[in-house]
Ligand binder design. Structure first.
Ligand code: 1GP
Length: 241
């Protein structure tokens, strides 16, 4: 990553796919090869993070990703313990859809001095969890209620609140391994209302689902589980985009 600002780089690269690596599900040994693979296939950035983080090798993991790509490497933290100076930037997330103050502001306050010390580029992101048909790890760990999938107006209101707070991105999240992705109708309504870029992720497993999210107005979609599960399927999606 040579560009000065990850945010500017992302803005120039949209629309596109971001890869997500969860250190609890991908080993340090395999993540270098996976990083090369996803970047060769045209992803615009690599996110690293976990809702829980059981792995004691977070820093090594970030280094293994950084050593294998020129793409921006962005922390996507599930908590204040997921900060590392080798990354290029951090998504400074606030879980706007929840009413658990720890994930709205508490974890963030715990992390700020470390983030400053690491000199990471900070990209504020309004994070909105949408009900997906199963209880996802992020829902359980954050102890927050996702927005019902039929209540588009609630999602729109939260996204607009994020924009008014000055967030740089809104992230509509169904949760990793979600049974159903965020409904494209909801993506569309949010897109029509806000004027900041929109990220959509969680449960996107095939080309049609990814295409629907882009057509509804996503600037970036995030793919995680499918990369871990099937190289062929992931490459198939990327080829058709
Ligand atoms: C999770 O949106 C991401 O934060 C990715 O989800 O693992 O289901 O692709 P998947």
């Amino acid at each position: 990553m040579t560009s000065k600002s990850v945010y500017d780089h992302l803005e120039k690269s949209k629309p596109g796919v971001l890869a997500l690596f969860d250190p609890d599900r991908v080993s340090v040994e395999e993540v270098g090869t996976l990083t090369k693979q996803v970047c060769d296939n045209g992803v615009k950035g690599v996110l690293i993070g976990s809702s829980l983080l059981v792995s004691p090798h977070f820093e090594k993991f970030v280094c293994a990703v950084k050593d294998n790509t020129e793409c921006p490497v962005i922390l996507f933290p599930g908590g204040s313990h997921q900060v590392c100076p080798r990354a290029d930037a951090i998504f400074f997330l606030s879980l706007l859809s929840g009413r658990n103050s720890e994930f709205l502001i508490g974890e963030q306050v715990k992390a700020v001095f470390l983030i400053k010390e690491c000199n990471l580029e900070v990209i504020p992101v309004g994070y909105i969890l949408v009900e997906s048909g199963n209880c996802t790890t992020v829902e359980y760990i954050s102890n927050t209620k996702p927005i019902p999938r039929s209540k588009y107006e609630i999602a729109v209101a939260h996204a607009l609140a994020g924009q008014y707070f000055g967030m740089k991105y809104i992230y509509l999240e169904a949760g990793s391994g979600a049974k159903n992705p965020v409904p494209s109708g909801m993506v569309k309504k949010v897109r029509e209302t806000i004027n900041i870029p929109l990220i959509v992720g969680g449960g996107l497993r095939d080309y049609d689902e990814v295409r629907k999210s882009f057509d509804a107005g996503a600037d970036f979609v995030v793919l995680g589980s499918i990369i871990e599960r099937s190289k062929e399927q992931f490459e198939g999606i990327m080829r058709r985009l």
